[in-house]
Design a protein around this ligand. Structure first.
Ligand code: DGT
Ligand code: CA
Ligand code: CA
Length: 364
């Protein structure tokens, strides 16, 4: 039997809750955070909505115009544009609190992370539950954010558990409760089971995780392929040996902009890309990092995305080198560019820490 204790922590209605922290008046209203497309008007999609808006059927991914229809009777409904920088800032602060409370911390995304806490709670689920409550309290007091936590012997079950009593949930599934917890759930509770898989299974009259246990691994492999089949076979039995791996939030820094006009002119695009380089470089400097990979990203007028990157010989923190490489990438991309470009981005990755005095001095 597994003896690990793993937390999965996920912020509730994250973007919308961030908006509530800066204007608490929003709390009583339906709040929708929107990704407006640059077509203007209401074109675009809902990134997320608070639970008041969700009662009216508003959810991530639906068109903004649908959301407005569904909220027609609520004249107090609020539709805000996304502000990623602000959410990032809040996320970083909350992640700090989690990191301090983990033996191993694995960043998953802006609003979620895994923590292995086995050692610090000495494998004790009671202590684990106290620790989780402390983390929830600290995040609520310092950042004014609510989150949901799942606790279990592995990442898979904790991820399912954190979603089980949202919002502001705390669900503990100790090893002896794993089976009873999983059996009652619908198949879609398993992360990675999409609509298609669910439909296929429901045609076979399988609805709950317990039903799914009737299938042996061979039939599952035959139906879904070896990789998915084996995953499903293990998942319904609560088996997941994937360790919590140390991973920090920033694996890359990037900036992206919508151009004043669509263009494929080198001169115009270079001017803009150099400005993006300076912005990215500022962030790199602020975080005391070096990068070894440089990339550019474009969105064409027809909304097709393209990117191009290159690995440098050595890690660097040098702005001129960043500029030289991005302009070179841009030239290469424009060589057989037929469509004009609407959005432009610069990204650095393969980050490493700057260490030692010698580096710090040549870094200004
Ligand atoms: P929750 O966890 O169910 O209380 O609600 P959220 O909003 O935190 O949902 P989650 O954890 O799936 O996603 C975290 C954030 O990611 C969410 O606040 C906004 C963003 N996001 C999620 N789904 C979509 C989507 O379909 N489109 C866009 N643009 N953003 C999304
Ligand atoms: Ca969330
Ligand atoms: Ca999430």
């Amino acid at each position: 039997m597994e003896t690990r204790i793993v937390f999965h922590i996920d912020f509730d209605y994250f973007y919308a809750q961030c908006e509530e922290t800066r204007s608490p008046k929003l709390k009583s209203k339906p709040v929708c955070v929107c990704v407006f497309s640059d077509r203007g008007g209401d074109s675009g999609a809902i990134a997320t909505a608070n639970y008041t808006a969700r009662k009216y059927g508003v959810k991530s991914g639906i068109p903004i115009s649908f959301a407005k229809k569904r909220l027609e009777e609520r004249s107090d409904a609020v539709f805000l544009p996304v502000d990623f920088d602000f959410y990032e800032e809040i996320s970083e602060k909350a992640m700090e609190i989690m990191k301090e409370n983990a033996d191993i911390f694995e960043y998953v995304g802006r609003d979620e992370a895994y923590l292995d806490v086995t050692k610090r709670v000495e494998g004790d689920y009671n202590k684990a539950s106290h620790l989780a409550q402390q983390i929830k309290n600290a995040i609520r007091e310092k950042i004014k954010l609510s989150c949901s936590i799942g606790i279990s012997p592995n990442k898979l079950i904790s991820k399912i558990a954190s979603d089980f009593q949202k919002p502001d949930g705390l669900t503990i599934v100790s090893p002896e409760k794993v089976e009873i917890f999983l059996d009652q759930l619908e198949i879609r509770a398993i992360p990675g089971i999409g609509k298609k898989t669910e439909e296929k299974l429901s045609e076979m009259k399988l609805k709950t995780i317990q039903d799914l246990k009737k299938l042996d691994v061979f039939s599952l492999n035959k139906e879904f392929g070896r990789k998915s089949g084996t995953y499903i076979y293990n998942a319904v039995r609560g088996i997941d040996t994937d360790p919590v791996k140390e991973r920090e939030e920033r694996i890359q820094y990037s900036k992206i902009m919508t151009l004043k006009k669509d263009s494929k002119e080198l001169q115009f695009l270079s001017e803009n890309i150099l400005e993006l380089c300076s912005q990215v470089h500022k962030v790199v400097k602020m975080n005391n990092k070096m990068f070894k990979s440089v990339g550019i990203h474009v969105v064409e007028s027809n909304l097709t995305s393209k990117s191009k990157s290159r690995m440098l010989r050595n890690p660097t923190e040098n702005l001129e080198e960043l500029k030289k490489n991005t302009v070179q990438l841009l030239k290469e991309m424009l060589e057989n560019q037929t469509s004009t470009i609407r959005r432009l981005g610069v990204r650095v990755s393969e980050l490493s820490e700057i260490q030692g005095q010698s580096n710090i001095t040549n870094y200004f």
